[in-house]
Design a protein around this ligand. Structure first.
Ligand code: HEM
Length: 609
């Protein structure tokens, strides 16, 4: 803006008598303003004076010119007051008809028909209705709003969702209300999407309008207020720490470097299975117990460079066993994340204390932090061997020097937690389906033998065994470990599937519903890996299940999960024959946040060679 530059030059020539303008005032009173702030503050009244006053005056003159009778009344009123003097501002108050014309013009031709939306920054009431923080007062839209699932006053649809398996209820509702509808969880509005086009539109095309997440109280505490990649807002922090995860741990190069850790893990599993066969021939084996402990060991080695059998955690009173570490780092936070604080649904009641809930979640977070701190201290104090490889913690300490201590702790914890859950869920379900289906187990075994001969199956061979990949993706489709993508928060009005979605809404993508859609999948309730081998599918279709999400927030650990799950399944079937415990084929209930099998898989296994 040159106005100010010109003005500066002119100042030297200023005549003492010259009147003060707004700019003089600004320069005097607003010395602390930055140059850009001063510029826009000067520009604002120029802009505002030139628009709305013009609109109103033009409409008033239009109405007057169109209406000779009222024009005459006004003229007579003016003449009565001013006589032969020129009309001036001081006379306004004596000519009420003139003021009436002005206000009637404002009423009929309001220059600002909709007041610019106001952002509600704390819960309030309007007209007897609750208005929650984060809402914007609505701008009218040409698009309809999504169908609403009827619920009860105040609590909305909460009671209908209380069994903690919302994805099944969402899928039932989709049959009645269509693939997109809106529900109320207390004071919150959630739009649920149940088909893949809508899911893709939300995850990819409309991402910029819904890139953040609104967290439950439990998630807020456990994630140290959005400090982990998976629940942080999409901003520079997110991009930076996701890059740490990819470069230091989960990307292709890092995973190549870490291959020996995975190979050891497969070997350990086989040794445990073998020991079971030897010690209890024909006896039932608890698959989960062995596989979970090995996955956790792998997660620890990747994260801190070792898989400690014991750890001294002074804040928790001394030495903890590996089982206790698993409990504190994975199982307790997992259980904590699905804890429901009723205040999440009624944010306007946030001021009411819920001490028991907070104590429980804070305890989980405290114990987790104590263990992570002990792991970091131990790592910093141990004497490094020359040949020692860099672990994720080394990478974080190097690249993330600027991170506050608590953020570094949760960022180190995140992949330990994530590595230990969803991959277990998928592999356990795959082994369940395989153990239940001797015909498909035989097909897989033959495919492996054809490709590997007498060699042990390894990661490089996976691409040559399409039936194995098909088994993995069909398992993800039927037993998706993340059945509902963590809801996205809509921060500006947008459209989805031709419906208006207003800011302040949350959007939940029901992947389970998408993968049970009869219009897309034939006999969706059956486990049929062949569906991914059919000629009409190309390799891209493997990701048709959207199990890893999509767009900018796609799962960072997909490569690791695919490699571990597929190699494990292949290796386990190559070495053993699997048979389900009688009656276990009915045990298909799920637990918790992911769709973990409710009852751990119990199988009998027999060595093949
Ligand atoms: C079968 C296994 C897995 C499945 C099905 C899965 C699925 C998902 C899904 C659905 C999302 C949300 C994507 C979205 O919001 O669009 C996600 C995000 C994420 N996952 Fe996974 N995941 C798996 C394994 C893993 C593993 C092993 C790790 C790490 C060790 C991991 C790390 C992450 C991270 C960091 C994010 C957040 C990405 C972001 O917000 O940018 N996941 N995952």
């Amino acid at each position: 803006m040159d106005l100010i530059g010109d003005y500066d030059n002119m100042m030297t020539l200023a005549i003492a008598a010259e009147e003060e303008c707004f700019l003089d005032y600004l320069l005097e009173e607003g010395k602390w303003l930055t140059e850009e702030q001063l510029q826009v503050l000067l520009w604002e009244p120029i802009f505002e004076s030139s628009d709305t006053t013009f609109v109103t005056t033009e409409w008033a003159m239009y109405e007057i010119a169109k209406d000779p009778i009222r024009q005459e009344i006004l003229y007579k009123e003016i003449t009565k007051v001013c006589g032969s003097n020129t009309f001036s501002e001081d006379m306004l108050s004596q000519i009420p008809y003139l003021t009436a014309i002005f206000h009637e013009t404002l009423r009929k031709h309001n220059p600002v028909p909709v007041v610019p939306p106001r952002y509600v920054d704390e819960d309030t009431q309007l007209g007897g209705y609750h208005i929650s923080a984060g809402t914007e007062k609505r701008v009218s839209s040409q698009y309809p709003t999504p169908p609403v699932v009827p619920g009860l006053p105040v609590i909305g649809n909460l009671l209908q969702l209380k069994e903690k398996k919302p994805y099944k209820t969402f899928t039932k509702w989709a049959e009645i209300y269509g693939p997109i509808y809106s529900i109320k969880t207390g004071a919150n509005t959630v739009v649920v999407l149940n088909n893949s086009q809508l899911a893709k539109e939300a995850m990819v095309t409309k991402y910029s309008s819904m890139s953040s997440r609104k967290l439950s109280k439990a998630l807020k505490i456990i994630s140290h207020d959005k400090s982990v990649v998976a629940v942080s807002n999409y901003d520079d922090f997110h991009k930076t720490v996701k890059r740490f995860l990819i470069n230091g741990l989960l990307g292709a190069n890092a995973q190549k470097r870490l291959r020996h850790i995975r190979d050891t893990m497969f070997e350990n599993c086989i040794n445990h299975f073998q020991a079971h066969v030897k010690n209890q021939p024909g006896g039932l084996m608890n698959f989960r117990e062995i596989f979970r402990s090995q996955l956790f060991g792998l997660a620890m080695k990747q994260a801190v460079g070792r898989d400690p059998e014991k750890l001294n955690v002074p804040e928790l009173g001394g030495i903890l066993t590996k089982e206790e570490l698993l409990e504190i780092l994975v199982l307790a936070p997992m259980a904590g994340l699905i804890e429901v604080d009723w205040r999440d649904f009624f944010p306007y009641l946030r001021w009411i204390p819920n001490q028991k809930f907070e104590e429980k979640i804070n305890r989980i977070a405290f114990r987790r932090a104590a263990v992570v701190k002990a792991l970091i201290n131990e790592h910093m104090n141990h004497i490094r061997l020359e040949e020692e490889e860099k672990c994720f913690l080394d990478h974080l300490l190097e690249e993330g020097k600027w991170l506050p201590e608590e953020q570094l702790q949760v960022l180190l914890w995140e992949p330990i937690f994530e590595s230990s859950d969803t991959t277990l869920v998928t592999t356990e379900w795959a082994m369940y389906e395989i153990a239940k289906d001797p015909i498909r187990q035989e097909i897989l075994y033959k495919e492996i033998t054809k490709v590997c001969g007498s060699d042990t199956i390894s990661e490089d061979m996976l691409s040559q065994i399409p039936y194995l990949t098909a088994i993995f993706h069909e398992t993800l489709r039927k037993h998706n470990p993340v059945p509902v993508v963590p809801p996205r928060y809509v921060h500006e009005d947008t459209q989805l599937g031709g419906y208006h979605i207003s800011a302040g809404t949350e959007v939940a993508i029901n992947l389970y519903g998408c993968n049970m859609d009869k219009n897309v999948w034939e006999r969706p309730e059956e486990w049929l890996p062949e569906r991914f081998l059919n000629e009409k599918y190309d390799p891209v279709d493997l990701f048709k299940t959207m199990a890893f999400g999509g767009g900018k927030r796609i799962c960072a650990g997909a490569l690791q999960a695919i490699t571990i799950a597929c190699t494990s399944i292949g290796r386990f079937v190559q070495e053993f024959e699997w048979k389900l415990e009688d009656g276990d084929d009915e045990n298909v209930g799920t637990l918790g946040l992911s769709s973990l099998k409710q009852h751990p898989l119990q199988v009998t296994i027999k060595r093949r060679k």
